[in-house]
Every structure is written in structure tokens, then in C-alpha cells.
Design a protein around this ligand. Structure first.
Ligand SMILES: [Zn+2]
Length: 62
């Protein structure tokens, strides 16, 4: 299983070397918590975290 990395900019969790949401390469292997955003327009978590794309997000990235 590929190691999942969380983007430091938008908190999106990705298995690649580049964030698929904001194209940042500033990814961290040290993250905790998970938020699944299915519909960013109605998700309170998405609003709180400033998420505009659906996907898997870390709650905390260090
Ligand atoms: Zn990102």
C-alpha cells in the first residue's frame, strides 16, 4: 500500500508526489485525523477547512 501524504496547503490526502487538488508538492507524511468530503457545497467540515474539492482530507498536518 502506498504511503499517503497530506498537502500542507489544502490538507488534501494524496498517494502521489503532487497534490491533486492544488498541485502543490509541499506534502507531509505526518498528519492525523481524516475527513471525507463528498459534497463540499453542503459539508460543514469543508466550510470549516476551506475545502472546495471533494476528496479525502487530513484534519491536522504537521
Ligand atoms: Zn493541496
Amino acid at each position: 500500500m502506498a504511503k499517503e501524504l497530506a498537502c500542507r496547503k489544502c490538507k488534501h490526502v494524496t498517494v502521489g508526489k503532487v497534490c491533486s487538488v492544488c498541485k502543490s508538492t509541499d506534502l507531509s507524511p505526518d498528519w492525523s485525523g481524516i475527513a471525507l468530503v463528498v459534497d463540499p457545497t453542503t459539508s460543514q467540515i469543508a466550510k470549516t477547512l476551506g475545502i472546495t474539492e471533494k476528496g479525502k482530507y487530513a484534519l491536522k498536518v504537521t
